[in-house]
Structures are given as structure tokens and as C-alpha cells.
Design a protein around this ligand. Sequence first.
Ligand SMILES: *Cc1c(COP(=O)(O)O)cnc(C)c1O
Length: 391
Amino acid sequence: MPQKYAPLQAPRRLLFGPGPSMVAPRVYQAMSQNVVGHLDPFFFEVADQIRTLLGYAFSTGNSFNIAISGTGSAGMEAAVANFAEPGRKFALLSNGFFGDRIGEMARRQGSTVVRLAKDWGEPFDAQEVREFIHREQPHMVGFVQAETSTGMFNQARPICEAAHQAGALTIADCVTSLGGMPVLVDENGIDIAYSCTQKGLGCPPGLAPITLGPRALERLKARTVPVQSWYLDLQLLDTFYSGHKYHHTASATLFYALREGLAIVAEEGLESRWERHRRNHLAFVAGIEAMGLSMHVEDPANRLWTLNTPRIPAGVDDTRLRQYLLSEHGMEIAGGFGPLAGKVFRIGTMGYGSTRENILMLLEALEAALKQQGYRSAGNPRAAAEKSLAE
Ligand SMILES: *Cc1c(COP(=O)(O)O)cnc(C)c1O
């Protein structure tokens, strides 16, 4: 029976959760361009631009920079499936949810996983990291640079140095740092880094950028056991991106989006982009503290500029507050989970969404939402944020 449907109309949300973040208008425009075939010369032109632009965003001279069809977890799975060999030792540094997801994937690949774990949001001690890796002598070391479950930035350099001394390669999850904080693949000595499109890059979800350094490429070539995952086999994927042979039907639309998101990063310049994220994060924290709230990650130097985790004050119901923000302000923020459930908010200030106006709007909405539950703000968050921004 024929029926009429009005064209789909999605609501316009203010996305301040841990991702997806706000999509840049220019990215939406790119996505409405004509779809071309996945073997069309134009498609490969876009893929080549992405290769170059990803090198810039990751701060690397690597030439193996591709976008995997799938979300950030597909990037994680590709990194793990290609490098965590069955029966070999995989050392995991975990102080949050995503660290443990890497470990679970490595276990499923048949690796022996050894863990150095900290409480969610506790930093690693460089000396402890060195001792752990030296003692374990692993084949691979995995860690999360920007732990979105806690708001914690983990320093990559000491981990990579210790790993290389032990002859191990490093996998870094840069899902919430790429496009918002210094990832610095080459400077830190990261061998394999992956990310996603929907956090710091201001694109919709659907692709997972990944970069491999020379040591990683050598290790791949030397593999004797084929990679268990056909779809995520990086050497097979390279026959598509470099060899222009059919592997799978990559989405031209998502490639346009990523190309545009990365072009915006390059035009803004990485340093200015990091500085924008840093300033807006500091202003947000100033506002949060002015209201009398405290941050879960204690040392300011360990905090993510892209994802903030203020503690929920006593007497405030997390779910009710988030429902209020969504219904009254069309605004999405997230709560904590695992050991941090009901204890922290997770508020994203990343990519296209990290602006002065958004920070002020967020703080005012939060103040109103807290007040609605009887929480009395200690001071004026807007004034504190403005003061921070003027410094
Ligand atoms: C979001 C996130 C992921 C997973 O990405 P998806 O796009 O949800 O698959 C992995 N690691 C970290 C640190 C993340 O924040």
C-alpha cells in the first residue's frame, strides 16, 4: 500500500558529550556531494589527500596513513589484530575503560595479556612503567593517550621509550586526542596510532584513521601467521589504498567528510587548534570551579582539553540533570560509567564545538540544571570563564 512520508528531519542537538561532537557545516556540505565509485580516480585522489593530511594531524612523516571503514573501535581492532600475535606477550597499561577494551581484543587474538593497571583517572608513574616493561619483555605495548572514560591524558613518551628498549612496538589510542591535543606520533615514538572521525575532527562517526611507522611496517612484513581478520588486514587494505585494487566498497561520502574535517585542521594549523582547545578547556574548568565543583583528574597537567570530568556534587542526580539539559537546552552531555558511574559528568569541548560561545552557554546551562536540583552555585561561572579567556 503506497504511503507518504515527510522527508526525514533530524533535531539539531548541541553535542557536548564524549562524541560524536558537533559536525562542522563545511563537513555536512562535503557529504552532500555526488557519490563516486570506490575505484574511481576521484576517490583515490581524496584518499591520497587524506593520507597527506593525516600525516600532518598525527605529526608524523609516516606514509602509511589510511582511514579504516568503521568507527574508532575498528581502528583499535585493526591495530590489535595486525600486531598482537597468538602466543606472544601483550603488555597493557590501563587506567580506564578503553585501556581494558584493548586488552580484551588482544586476549581474543590469543595473546598473553599482562597488565599494569591504575584506578580510573590515576596517572602512571614513569619509573613504574619502565620497571613493568623491563620485567615483562613484551612483544607489544598498548595504551590510551586520551582516556575518554576518565578525562585523563597519559604521557606517551616514557611508555614508548621503555617499550623500544625491550624491543616491543607501541599501539596508542589517540581517539580523543587527534585534532584537539598534541598526539605527536614521531616525537613520542608511537609505532601504531589510531583514532576516529567523530571526536576532535568534527566529522560524523564511520571511519578510523590509522598510521603505521617504519618499525610497524617491518613487523607486518615479517608476520608468518596471517592476520586473523580479513577485513582489517592492513597489508590487504594497502592493496586497495596504494594498489587501487578492490578490497571493499569504502564510503565515498565518509571520505569526503574526513577530507574536509582534516582540511579544516590544516587551515587552522595544529598549534592554533591545540591552543583553542586548551584555552576553552581552561575557561570551562574555571567556570566549574567557580560553581564550587571539582575536577576528577586532580593534576591540571593530566587533564584532557577535549573531555572534562567534573565531579557530581552530593545530592545531585546525574540522570535527571542530563535529561533536563537535553529537554530544556537540546544539549547532550554524558555521565560516568564503571567505577565512575554517578560520580562524574563527561563533557566534551572538542573539534568544531570548542568555542568561547559554547563554553559560556554550557556553563550557564549547567548552572541552571544544578540549581533546578537545589544546588547553590558558589560563584559566577560565566565571569570566571570570561576572566580565564581574557588572560
Ligand atoms: C570513543 C573511543 C573509542 C571507541 O570509538 P568508537 O568510535 O565508539 O568505536 C576508543 N577509544 C577511546 C579512547 C574512545 O574515546
